[in-house]
Design a protein around this ligand. Sequence first.
Ligand SMILES: [Zn+2]
Length: 380
Amino acid sequence: MTDQPTIELGLFEEDQPRARGESHGERWREAIHELAELRIDLTVAKSAMRDRDEVLAVARLHLPVLAAYDRDLHEELLGIARGAALSPEQIVVLNHYTDLRDVPREVLAGPIAGGEGRGAPEDGGCTAIYLPGRGAPVLGQTWDMHGTAAPYVRVLHIRPRGGADELLCFTLAGCLGMTGLSARGLGVTINNLTSTDAQVGVVWPALVRALLREPNAATARDRLFATPLSSGHHYMIADGRDFYGVETSGRLKVLTQQGGRAAHLHTNHCFDPVLRRHERVARTSTTFRRMELASTLYVQQRPRDAEGLWSLLSSHEGYPRSICSHVDDAQGDPSASRTCGRMVMDLSGGRVLAGAGCGQEVPASVFTLDRWPPITHDHD
Ligand SMILES: [Zn+2]
């Protein structure tokens, strides 16, 4: 632990979603411009879309879907665009990059039934772990992405002046949030899955934020099942009592893990046999290896609290294809996968450990929710 923040924090206290987004966009304008450009170029390189104009056109199709799904999050995304002086579709690419790559370009000709995406499967991913027990429950993950994304990781602290809501999210400059903890005691993590049935759907960081607004894990699970998705993810949803792990492809959703009293681990391949038919795991992916490493380290280390999980998620066992991943070093390709940061959420204490970069070099910074503990749990 250190007093020096090891990840940049942005506190946003605006009550109105549009104003909050504008403030976010203004604050990190330069970083947002760089990351949007980087991700537009990567989408052209790694998807079936032919050029920048096609990428932006496909991104644009996601805006009315988001507006219909959640007016506030649509407003916040438009606010980020306005504050950063970019177009809304550029902000969609920045947010939705991992899903967008899987979407077939044929969607430009209208909705397609059962189309196959032809994006290059991602060789990166994330490792997510849920711990039950004393000093827990704790939920955490690494965030493994193109190594060039590392300078853009941030913690988003949303604490509107009016009302009782509050959130801490691990995110990127310009992104609505990738994983987080709410003052209602709800935590959500994500793992990317590469689907072959991708479609135009809800921009996935908006879905994460929508889930974090729910009162508890059960209602968040229901919200996820009711959401039209774009491509595959695994979502871990926990509230200190209940735990749900849901695997999705573009068109399917399956509850694959359940129960707050057991440990749960996930990397970037599907457990569900039906979903496996709709995924493509890159030959270069470290997902099976990380699953094995995480399972072994879990048994060896028996982490019991947030600090223990942080240490596991920083492991260099098997470097460079380790839990704290450095595949880009091995391949000499700066756009290859590496662990760009990690976040661990203490669901019993309202505390978040977060840091950018390598866990062996960068210690955790601790952030706390001010409106903790949650007053009620409206379990059904
Ligand atoms: Zn490392």
